[in-house]
Ligand binder design. Structure first.
Ligand SMILES: Cc1cc2nc3c(=O)[nH]c(=O)nc-3n(C[C@H](O)[C@H](O)[C@H](O)COP(=O)(O)OP(=O)(O)OC[C@H]3O[C@@H](n4cnc5c(N)ncnc54)[C@H](O)[C@@H]3O)c2cc1C
Length: 418
């Protein structure tokens, strides 16, 4: 059978794919959105039960959509997030082909052949909006966890009831790690948290949500071309934030107040023994320093913008408390630790992309989302075009710019149709 033709194939119906769909519709560019599950599949099937967005409701702006509910400062549950994105998809009449997995994308002479579980398509351009967090990144040393200890990724974790009674080692103290630590410790299972590089962030500052500050002060709009070290910016850990209705913090001080034991970065696992780096105090001090620098930037912006007097006065938070000699090892064979959770990050899955665009680390080579293959685009990656690129709120600006680029590409390459 001959492939079905579409001008643009968008892979993934998360917010990034939907934002791009809306922008292509505005430009009258015919397209199809391929989705292996249903709209918002990642939020529906890959997150833990209690997760809420850590971005407030007002900060889920998408092309043609602004929050109009009565709780702009609340944080959506997963069910609310799914309902929100499904509603958005309907409102923009996105041409989503649900339950259609893309199994391969290949470049032909002047187009792409997109193979799916529902047949083959030919498109002039392809947008990879398949997500930045498809696979939990687990270090190779995880293989050394004794068989008597459960080993889970955050994508497998749903709630503490799933874990055996007893101690839990959470590896990684970014947004996912600190949120799971908070929940598991509160469930009565004592948590040891292995802390490497992390970004401490207050939920509220001077009477406003920290996301409000970063948005208002233009920090989230910082562009990729402006950075000296883009590679570094694309790999910084997520902020230690949670979207709890009570607004409680999840920084290391909040966790130790609950009884969580902090240890350094997990550096090795030998003969059932976890070995931790001795850099915990340094990591914590560095994180405090960076947080204070950001708060300085915010205060400076507030003063210049003439906002200072209307807000609570500047303040600084207590330094992170670290015990004098945190343990450097933990014997996982002793029975104290019954489960390990690898909150060590996520990565995209492009195993079906058969186009020679990968660098030595297996990442797609791109310049602000314009991939190194004609007519191939990305969406939703960390600091792709702006600091906010991986956030729901960042997809709109990126989709507007990339859809303009895509339209120019279609015109320059002669035809708009496939
Ligand atoms: C735990 C966690 C919490 C987060 N919290 C927030 C938050 O509070 N606020 C915020 O703004 N951002 C948050 N993010 C970040 C952000 O929303 C994610 O980076 C999101 O994955 C990016 O959206 P997306 O549309 O690019 O990807 P996704 O939402 O992952 O959508 C990609 C879609 O592509 C589909 N897909 C993948 N492969 C294929 C294929 N081969 N064929 C067909 N379909 C395919 C998937 O099923 C999925 O529906 C969070 C991320 C994580 C992991």
């Amino acid at each position: 059978m001959r492939p079905i033709r579409t001008t643009v194939a968008i892979i993934g119906a998360g917010h990034a794919g939907l934002a791009m769909s809306r922008c292509l519709t505005e430009r009258s560019i015919d397209h199809a959105v391929f989705e292996r599950g249903e709209v918002a599949n990642s939020w529906k099937t890959e997150r833990w039960d209690s997760l809420r967005l850590l971005t407030p409701n007002w900060q889920s702006r998408l092309p043609g959509h602004a929050y109009a509910g009565n709780d702009p400062h609340g944080y959506r549950t997963m069910a609310e997030t799914v309902a929100f994105l499904q509603g958005y998809s309907r409102s923009i009449s996105a041409p989503v082909l649900a339950h259609t997995s893309v199994t391969s994308v290949r470049r032909t002479d002047d187009a792409y052949l997109v193979s799916t579980t529902q047949g083959e398509w030919r498109s002039r351009a392809v947008v990879l909006a398949s997500g930045a967090c498809n696979i939990a990144s687990v270090p190779a040393l995880a293989a050394g966890v004794p068989s008597t200890v459960a080993s889970l990724t955050p994508m497998q974790y749903r709630n503490p009831g799933q874990l055996p009674e007893g101690g839990v080692l959470v590896v990684g103290a970014s947004a996912t790690g600190v949120q799971l630590t908070d929940e598991i410790q509160r469930s009565g299972r004592p948590v040891t948290l292995a802390v490497g590089e992390h970004i401490r962030m207050p939920r509220r500052y001077r009477g406003r949500d920290i996301q409000w500050w970063m948005d208002a002060a233009g920090i989230l709009d910082q562009r990729f071309e402006e950075l000296d070290d883009l590679e570094r910016a694309r790999n910084v850990p997520s902020l230690q934030l949670a979207g709890y209705p009570d607004g409680r913090p999840v920084d290391l001080n909040a966790l130790t107040s609950l009884g969580v034991r902090l240890v350094g970065r997990l550096a090795g696992l030998r003969d059932g023994k976890a070995l931790f780096s001795g850099s915990l105090a340094n990591q914590a001090a560095l994180s405090d320093l960076k947080m204070n620098r950001l708060l300085d930037t915010i205060d400076y912006w507030a003063a210049r913008a003439g906002r200072g007097s209307a807000l609570e006065p500047p303040r600084r938070f207590a330094a992170t408390r670290i015990e004098a000699s945190p343990p450097l090892s933990l014997d996982l064979t002793r029975g104290e630790i019954r489960a390990v959770i690898w909150a060590t990050g996520y990565r995209p899955d492009y195993s079906w992309l058969h186009v020679p665009v990968f660098d030595r680390k297996g990442r797609v080579r791109h310049d602000g989302g314009v991939a190194d293959s004609p007519g191939l685009y990305l969406m939703g990656l960390q600091f792709m075009r702006r600091r906010k690129s991986a956030l729901i709120d960042g997809a709109g600006d990126d989709a507007r710019e990339l859809s303009a680029h895509l339209e120019r590409y279609l015109r320059a390459s002669g035809r708009v149709a496939a």
